[in-house]
Design a protein around this ligand. Structure first.
Ligand SMILES: C[S@@+](CC[C@H](N)C(=O)[O-])C[C@H]1O[C@@H](n2cnc3c(N)ncnc32)[C@H](O)[C@@H]1O
Length: 296
């Protein structure tokens, strides 16, 4: 977990920005709702895709009332909108508190209806581990909302799950053909229920030990491959472990990201440096701060 030593090794303080020496990505330490900071972070660039994973107003981060949380979300959505191209795609990860009428999900959806984004899909990713198994359905869902402005590209791929059902046959040029003969892949599409993504845990290479909210690389890569093209700019204003940045590096996109916490901004930079030095996507169980810092 965070240590005093680690804190002193953080390169950025709030308001500061790190620009990649290889000129591809940008990492800032700052507030997603500070328009001046985000303006400086973006440096006149526009992104085609935003992938945001805010704190969900649950236990891990500072608690606010739902109304306050939604007002805060409205602010970073408006700032995001200013820094996106037309057309553009926006994905937002969100939680839903089942003991409190699923807040803040419905309130967030209602807020988004007032913006210039169109709703496109409501994706659910299945986690492996959950809670509340004895007196309720085990809570294993993770919500992902997909919005667009205009008509951006959408290049859907396939999962690694083989098709096991025959599906419908149809006549093509008078010949009866089976569904499998006509399809482009022997595997199923992800659709809007993702069951094929392993939740990050300590045995995985991509694990970044002190990051409790880390998203799986496979999920972020699926979003990026579907909704952006090589060379595009992708933004993420809640970087944490830097998953979006690593996904962009691996897929040839440019990432502009930030985190309000200088510790997570530092982890993000280190994860990129570590990936470039070793080809590894995380540290598994090792301490990201054990290695030497590269020159600022
Ligand atoms: C749910 S985590 C993001 C997880 C990330 N997708 C990953 O895979 O590692 C949310 C992050 O948002 C950061 N954060 C909270 N409030 C913020 C704000 N106002 N501006 C920028 N970052 C903020 C937190 O420090 C935390 O690291």
């Amino acid at each position: 977990m965070k240590t005093a030593t680690a804190k002193t090794q953080n390169r950025l303080t709030v308001g500061q920005i790190w620009r990649d020496p290889e000129n591809r990505h940008v990492v800032g330490c700052g507030d997603a709702v500070d328009p001046g900071f985000i303006h400086e972070l973006m440096h006149g660039n526009l992104a085609t895709l935003a992938v945001h994973d805010p704190p969900y107003n649950l236990v891990m981060f500072k608690k606010r009332s739902v109304a306050e949380f939604i007002d805060w979300c409205r602010e970073w959505i408006a700032i995001t909108s200013e820094h996106l191209t037309d057309p553009a795609s926006l994905y937002v990860w969100l939680g839903a508190d089942q003991k409190k009428h699923f807040q803040p999900l419905p309130q967030f959806m209602a807020m988004m209806a007032e913006t210039d984004f169109d709703s496109r899909s409501f994706i659910t990713m299945r986690n492996q581990r959950g809670y509340g198994t004895q007196k309720n359905w085990m809570a294993i869902r993770q919500e992902l909302l997909y919005y667009t402005r205009g008509n951006p590209s959408f290049a859907v791929g396939y999962t690694d799950i083989p098709k096991i059902l025959r599906g419908y046959y149809k006549k093509v040029n008078g010949q009866r053909t089976e569904n499998l003969e006509r399809s482009k892949s022997n595997c199923i599409r992800p659709g809007n229920v993702w069951v094929d993504i392993q939740q990050v845990f300590y045995r995985m290479e991509e694990n970044v030990e002190p990051c409790p909210a880390q998203k799986p690389l496979k999920a972020i890569e699926r979003i990026i491959e579907t909704s952006s093209a090589p060379g595009d700019i992708v933004i993420d204003f809640f970087s944490h472990s830097g998953t979006t940045l690593i996904a962009c590096e691996r897929l040839g996109r440019r990432c502009i990201t930030c985190d309000l916490d200088s510790y997570f901004a530092e982890i993000t930079i280190r994860r990129l440096e570590h990936f470039r030095a070793t080809g590894k996507t995380g540290w598994q169980r090792d301490d990201p701060f054990a290695g030497r810092l590269s020159a600022p």
